[in-house]
Write a protein that binds this ligand. Structure first.
Ligand code: ACM
Ligand code: ZN
Length: 684
């Protein structure tokens, strides 16, 4: 199938071509090789059917190219490395012109060895002589695909499984449920797939900013879909043959609007215009979710079942009598007071604990996003960290297994190149180089490092509606994460990894994978101004405060010579929120140059990213003064407010000669209100 054509793509092998890089690899004398063509295979150990398929393909394809070899491939079962998870996937290859010995302790080890051979085998069916000893650094090397925001067909998932397997990734996490659509057939609750799997607009963006209504299956406007249990079982088997577990995610208690539309009695209000959270005080909710999990566990043999747990607003819990009673009965709040945020947190912990225990009682383990971290979770619960290092450290210190997928390195829905050159994405800027720089070890104190079980890339699909677009966002960044998951951090230099990935992407593209070609990357924002200018280091007085959440370097940020990149939260951009009436400038500062200077140009860059409501100013005004008392207007630039699909950065400026010591810069919010973001006030 797909992988067949990934074979034999190298004309001349170089040790850097194997991705992820093996733990130890010594190539023999140049030019010496084992010929796979027609080699005898001596094997009395159990192998995955996929391993047989890959081996026979290599032998047959290269036989066609090159005639037969007299060599023999010998498979030997033997414990390798230590007895931990590493031994499960470890392998050795001993390659000489006459024989190729493959050693491993398990069928999965033989599969990993064969996946390496596939990458080493050249078009003439030759594998260079040498020795390889290899084992993974992390047990969990995952990819999450959000199939709720947009539905992706089974064939697409199988193709991704093939690509994952070729790069030794071993967990496919499916985000099966969210407001935008429920995607798994649950026989006991048919409304989940006759209603909650369908919505009245195809593109998530139109739906989310539009009606947010669901549609009956089969009605003309209904967009969506779901996987039948039969399809999912087949997908699980397909993945398992390739050494990959599928981890299903069923979101709770939040991100559950679609369930509450189908079964409104499970919300706090029982209204059909539902909040996002299940009622945490209603036994019927726990029964419902346990029944759902029974079917999930029946279909997915994965040890880990993901229960979501992120971003619960808990709004409806505050006034719900059932939730209140649960909080009072469990001493989370006093009977005569409104529940405070910590009571609501404890109610969520109570919810997750109950569901986690249900899984434990069935021999499974709960995993949840990092909001679930709580000392009272079942002992065996694992945490998937998506926010920052603090959450990883806390989870590890509590003795939890930690899977790292921090947004700053692993959220593949962010722009991978300069936003104006890219299809619309959710925001952010996460180029390949930043993913490749991810170092999982730094996310835990030394004492707790062994709690880090693995890494995962996440593809959320709010703005990704087609398989082609999904592949474009996934690769090559996911290849960097495959390397990091297998090696701990990339064992090679950034430029060597980049070279290996560029070769790999060329092969993927030849084989119909719509990967992004790094060679065409525009890269980080080109700075439009010299970093040295007349206001560098000038004192800045703020007449309106900057946002504490987007402070950059504080009062020095606008004259520190640092320009921001493509991400507004990269620590160089300073944010200003419009006031409620948007009647006064959002940005209003006075710069003191320290002495009177001749000036000819005053300007600043502003960023516009409409989804998070960051807009260009509607007016940019500069006044100057010699004494700090009497100001004259240098100039004003007005710009009609207009929304744009892609983020961009624009320079606002006034060009006029003057003498001044004090410069007042004001920027009015856009007609849409929202935020202004600027990084530096430049004076020439
Ligand atoms: C998440 O991104 N809300 C897990
Ligand atoms: Zn409730």
């Amino acid at each position: 199938m797909f992988i067949a054509t990934l074979l034999l793509a190298f004309s001349a092998f170089s040790s850097g071509d194997v991705l992820p890089a093996p733990f130890r690899m010594e190539l023999g004398e140049s030019g010496k090789a084992f010929r796979v063509a027609g080699a005898r295979i001596k094997c009395d150990v159990p192998l995955h059917a996929e391993t047989h398929r890959l081996l026979h393909q290599m032998v047959a394809v290269s036989k066609h190219e090159q005639g037969t070899s007299g060599g023999v491939m010998v498979f030997t079962e033997r414990p390798l490395f230590d007895a931990s998870f590493r031994s499960f996937e470890a392998y050795e290859l001993h390659i000489s012109p006459d024989s190729l010995h493959v050693v491993a302790a398990t069928p999965t080890g033989f599969l990993r060895a064969t996946q390496t051979l596939v990458q080493m085998c050249d078009k003439k069916g030759r594998v260079p002589c040498g020795r390889i000893a290899d084992a993974p650094a992390y047990e969990w090397r995952g990819l999450m695909i959000d199939v709720s925001r947009h539905f992706f067909p089974v064939e697409f998932l199988k193709k991704q499984i093939d690509i994952m397997a070729a790069h030794k990734l071993n967990r496919l996490h499916l985000h099966l449920t969210d407001a935008a659509g429920w995607r798994m057939e649950i026989k006991r609750y048919p409304r989940l797939t006759t209603l909650a799997a369908w919505r009245d607009a195809a593109l998530w963006k139109d739906w989310w900013h539009g009606t947010r209504k669901y549609a009956e299956q089969g009605t003309p406007q209904a967009y969506g879909g779901y996987y039948t249990q039969r399809e999912l079982r087949e997908l699980v088997a397909y993945a398992s043959e390739r050494g990959i577990d599928i981890v299903p995610e069923i979101e709770m208690p939040a991100h559950s609007e679609e369930v509450l539309a189908a079964y409104p009695e499970l919300s706090c209000t029982s209204a059909s215009s539902c909040p996002s959270d299940f009622c945490a005080g209603n036994e019927a909710v726990y029964d419902f979710l346990q029944n759902v999990l029974d079917e999930v566990m029946d279909v997915f043999p994965s040890r880990y079942i993901h229960l979501g747990g992120d971003e619960a607003g808990k709004e409806s819990w505050k006034t719900c009598l059932r939730c209140r009673r649960t909080m009072i009965e469990n001493d989370m709040t006093a009977p005569d007071s409104m529940p405070d945020p910590s009571a609501l947190e404890r109610l969520q912990a109570h919810f997750m604990r109950r569901m986690g225990r249900y899984l434990s009682a069935h021999g499974r383990r709960m995993i949840g996003w990092d909001e679930v971290i709580d000392a009272t979770l079942p002992e065996d619960a694992a945490v998937m960290v998506w926010r920052d290092l603090r959450h990883a450290r806390r989870a590890a210190a509590l003795g939890r297994e930690v899977i790292l997928s921090p947004a700053a390195y692993c959220y593949l829905d962010a722009y991978q190149d300069a936003p104006p050159s890219q299809p619309e994405a959710i925001g952010g800027y996460l180029p390949f180089e930043q993913v490749a720089a991810f170092s999982p070890e730094t996310f835990a104190d030394e004492a707790h490092r062994r709690r880090i079980k693995g890494v995962q890339g996440n593809l959320w699909t709010e703005y990704v509606s087609t398989p082609d677009h999904a592949e474009y966002m996934l690769y090559p960044r996911m290849l960097a994460l495959a390397e990091i998951g297998w090696s701990g951090a990339s064992r090679r230099s950034a430029s060597d990894l980049r070279r290996a990935v560029i070769n790999r992407v060329a092969q993927l593209r030849e084989n119909g994978v719509r990967a992004f070609d790094l060679r065409t990357a525009v890269g980080q924002r080109a700075l439009s101004h010299p970093l040295s200018h007349k206001a560098l280091g000038a004192t800045v007085v703020y007449h309106r405060p900057f946002s504490a959440s987007y402070a950059a370097s504080g009062v020095a940020a606008l004259t520190d010579g640092r320009c921001g990149g493509w991400s507004y939260h990269d620590g160089a951009w300073q944010g200003f929120l419009a006031d409620a009436q948007a009647s006064c400038p959002s940005l209003d500062v006075t710069l003191d140059l320290g002495a009177e200077r001749r000036i000819s140009w005053v300007g600043a860059d502003f960023m516009q990213v409409c989804n998070p409501e960051i807009f260009y100013p509607s007016a940019f005004r500069v006044s100057v003064s010699r004494d700090g008392q009497n100001y004259t207007l240098l100039g004003e630039q007005s710009v009609p407010s207009q929304k744009t699909i892609l983020p961009d950065i624009r320079t606002f400026f006034i060009k006029r000669k003057a003498r001044a010591r004090y410069i007042r810069v004001q920027a009015s919010p856009s007609a849409f209100g929202g935020w202004l973001f600027t990084d530096e006030i430049i004076v020439k």
